[in-house]
Design a protein around this ligand. Sequence first.
Ligand SMILES: [Zn+2]
Length: 328
Amino acid sequence: MARKIDELARITNLRAVPKDGLFGSPFAAGNLDGFLVKAGYTRLGNQAVTAYRVRFKANTWAGDVEMLREAAAGSEALKEALGRKKVPGTLVKALVLEPDALVLNLTYSFVSPRPAKVAAILKALVGLARTFASPIGTACESCGSEAGARVFLADQVPVSVCAGCRSTQDAEAVRQEEDYRRMDSNPFLGLVYGAATAAVLALAWAGVAYAVDRIFAYAAILMGSAIAWMVNRGMGKINLQGRILTVVFTVASVMGGHYLFLLFAVARLKELPISFDLAMTVARVFPTVAFAESTGVLSFVFSLIGAGYVLYANRPPKFRKAFEPLGN
Ligand SMILES: [Zn+2]
């Protein structure tokens, strides 16, 4: 894709931005006739798309998304760009209007559209933006100053900002970050919530497994995520301690549930009452038995996936934007 992006950047006179991180895609970005744009090939879920973002001066769009769609349906530039007599209804419906941007993700299958086509669509979208909204031009988007504003990628989105506003924004971000750091967390409540959830889920899981006589390894994902969520709820702000607690509780809950299931099953099979001796006997063979079958290993892995997912989703907020000069 990088070669296509290079070509797209060349045709449109934009900057080619290499892919960011493992899941990022390369794109072309910069100032196109006063609008700050970004276009490239990427994926949305399982769907391959060409993605377009045309940023205009915030809150200057006159009209609503219906008017935009009507204009898009009748746009000669768009028809020409697509090489069609009619703008497809799917494209018209896919147009999204944000307070400062016109956004389009256009799905394609098999063959990715040529850069020339992507460039033409992007230019047609800029044309549409021009009829409804004011361009950003070369002014700073925060203070309106014409002097010293430059185009940056702020978390991968092109913005025009001057040096003064950038340092003000940085200072503000640092302040928010410190406020967050000072926020209280309640490790004790997190511990109580996590332990209670882990115990209840272990019992419930064992109960269900006993009733139907099989272990549902997949349910462990839910157990892990529920425990992580509850530890989070209890703690308020999660920290390293909370993360460790979550993983410990999750493993304990799944292993505990597994153990209880085994204990109940042995008692039923041997027609024995549940006693301390029986519990000890089962505990001795449990490590061997639990991991002898794939379900034991699977539920262990799944529970960690569940907990990991929630921990990731509840990671501390990011305050500072990564500013990167785009150089145009
Ligand atoms: Zn400024």
